[in-house]
Design a protein around this ligand. Sequence first.
Ligand code: FES
Ligand SMILES: [Fe+2]
Length: 369
Amino acid sequence: MEKVAPERVPIAGNAPPQRYARGWHCLGLSAPFKDGRPHSLLIFGTKLVVFQQADGSMAVLDGYCPHMGADLGTGTIIEGTVACPFHGWQWNGRGECAHIPYSPRIPRKAKTRSWPVMEQNEQLFVYHDPEERQPPPEVAIPRIDAVMNDECTPWEWQTMHIPANCRELVDNVADAMHFKLVHGLEATRFVNIFERHMATQKGTFQALSADDGRGNGDGTAAFSFESSATYYGPAYMIVSQTVDHLGKPVQLYLINAHYPVTPNSFALHVGITTRRIEGVSDDEGIALGRAVAKAAVETFLQDVSIWETKARIDAPVLTEFCGPLYQLRRWYEQFYVDVADVAPAMTERFEHEVDLRTPNQMLKATAQS
Ligand code: FES
Ligand SMILES: [Fe+2]
């Protein structure tokens, strides 16, 4: 008898890649790294050290001293170099040994890896590439003019440790159908555009419950907002939203950025700033930013509670309403292969809008019954 393959897909859960994405990764706001001390950082399955050089610029090196492996992040900064706490060897931002306190001769092999660094939007970034190429200029993190021109309130910034592979977070870009159940938001428009190193989600959302700090809290008053969110590379998203505050439109920027710590965990940054507008004081702007930041963090935590117990699924079963998850992951794959293996299909423009009429009607009917 002819064997028929079962139609059921076995759900075993797939292992995450051991490789980390190529691209710029945000380490957080720059200012806390400029306190005159070196900082160690668990990232990309290893340890790095971050410090400020004599000219004010930032440097990132491998975190373990090539001499005998001490943690450079527990050392000190001497004349813009990081001095190891164990035997005092000093390392400059280029990864060269600049000084050994007890030897005039510096061994030829006394070198360590120096990682490309950039600062933008008051934040610090490190470039990861398993092939150790220099970052191409076209993938540089874009500047938010309003932030750099001092037109915005100070960043409200939080960093959380999330016990999941970071693809779960990136999947959110295309996952049109989780908003209602997980976040109490109804999408009325949901568009994705993937092109080169960028992936965009544009949407119009309605809050169904007003308990997110922006509504009146009685669970009935719906408000809607437009959101445009773009990933620049694998790990840095700028979300631009206009929210209504006491009848005034307030422009806010939300940073959703992450860096992987291990294949199964990542650090998630949520940063918010609002553009100063006439008639809204700085304090009001900051308070509004805080309320939105609190809501954004709560939104992420709703996702986290799903990620914590879910399996990683490389081949999800989808309807036409679920969102272009396969295309998103094809885009995301460009950051996990060697530069020579980036296929045109990973970077060419793809645009898709989910037709939300049927799902919203059905979800409404379910909610009413
Ligand atoms: S281990 Fe760093 S100087 Fe010896
Ligand atoms: Fe979500």
